[in-house]
Design a protein around this ligand. Structure first.
Ligand code: HEC
Ligand code: HEC
Ligand code: HEC
Ligand code: HEC
Length: 181
């Protein structure tokens, strides 16, 4: 049988050639793909800052909603939810209004979605929430305390834009009745 002979160190030469190839391709790719301005001020692309500044705004403030929704304005501004963002519950103004014109409707939560929405802020389970600023409830205990069926939805008793409005009104009525006795 013929003896197989290779030159000494040929395996190392092969590995070195591969490594040199990798370095050459890497340097070439870096030169081709790196934006010209990279590294001008530091290890980043300076125009990235401009790109971020020019990105169109998607969100507004409550004031940007209230100009067109005077009826909601009346309730929201006087209610206990006046500090809560319209957009948290309805989505960004950019999906609804562009250049002062209505382009599409914003979603209006219905049915069980409303419960889920309210409980995102008011659920007792969220222990990290400051209880002094946001009152917490647990379900279905909250409804059991009110002596109603547990399939009641939050907005049957709480006006979503002024949650204590109807509660206060109901208490006032009960108060009047008590006076009449
Ligand atoms: C330029 C005026 C304008 C602004 C600003 C505006 N809206 Fe509206 N919005 C309207 C009009 C008009 C309608 C009714 C559209 C329709 O019925 O097709 C409407 C509809 C809605 C609806 C849907 C009501 C329904 O019955 O389905 C919601 C929710 C809503 N707006 C919330 C908001 C919120 C939240 C903001 C701020 C992020 C906002 N709007 C800003 C004019 C405006
Ligand atoms: C806590 C969540 C929440 C906040 C905050 C909130 N909304 Fe709503 N909104 C709802 C829900 C839920 C509905 C639909 C159910 C209902 O009306 O009971 C609704 C309904 C509406 C409607 C439709 C009213 C109708 O008669 O059909 C408009 C318009 C609207 N909201 C605008 C606003 C604007 C403007 C703000 C900010 C000033 C705002 N909302 C803040 C939850 C919210
Ligand atoms: C984004 C968070 C958020 C969401 C969502 C939200 N709330 Fe509130 N809610 C608050 C904050 C904050 C306050 C307290 C405001 C204050 O005390 O100034 C509050 C206050 C209340 C209160 C009065 C508590 C008291 O002081 O007696 C009720 C009732 C209430 N919310 C019901 C609801 C209902 C019903 C929904 C769903 C439609 C809802 N909330 C959705 C943040 C939220
Ligand atoms: C059957 C009517 C009814 C329904 C349905 C209802 N609530 Fe209430 N809720 C009340 C009343 C009444 C109060 C005020 C209790 C008081 O002042 O003693 C209240 C108080 C609250 C408070 C303040 C609690 C506190 O510690 O002061 C929060 C938060 C609240 N509700 C959220 C909700 C949420 C979220 C839902 C839906 C999952 C909901 N409620 C459904 C009647 C209701």
């Amino acid at each position: 049988m013929p003896e197989y002979k290779s030159k000494p160190y040929s395996h190392i030469v092969r590995i070195l050639l591969i490594l040199i190839g990798v370095v050459v391709v890497g340097v070439a790719a870096r030169t081709i793909f790196l934006p010209d301005s990279f590294g001008k001020y530091g290890h980043y692309r300076p125009t990235a800052v401009e790109d971020e500044i020019n990105r169109p705004l998607r969100n507004g403030t409550n004031a940007s909603c209230l100009v067109c929704h005077p009826y909601i304005r009346e309730m929201h501004m006087e209610g206990i939810h006046k500090t809560v963002s319209c957009e948290f519950c309805h989505g960004p103004v950019a999906d609804h209004v562009q250049d002062g014109k209505v382009i599409a409707k914003l979603p209006k939560k219905q049915g069980d979605e409303i419960k889920t929405l309210c409980l995102r802020c008011h659920n007792q389970i969220i222990r990290a929430r400051p209880k002094e600023s946001i009152k917490m409830i647990s379900m279905p205990q909250h409804l059991e305390q009110q002596h109603v069926r547990i399939d009641h939805n939050c907005n049957q008793c709480h006006n979503v834009h002024a949650p204590l409005m109807w509660v206060k009104e109901a208490k006032a009525i009960v108060g009047v009745e008590e006076e009449g006795k």
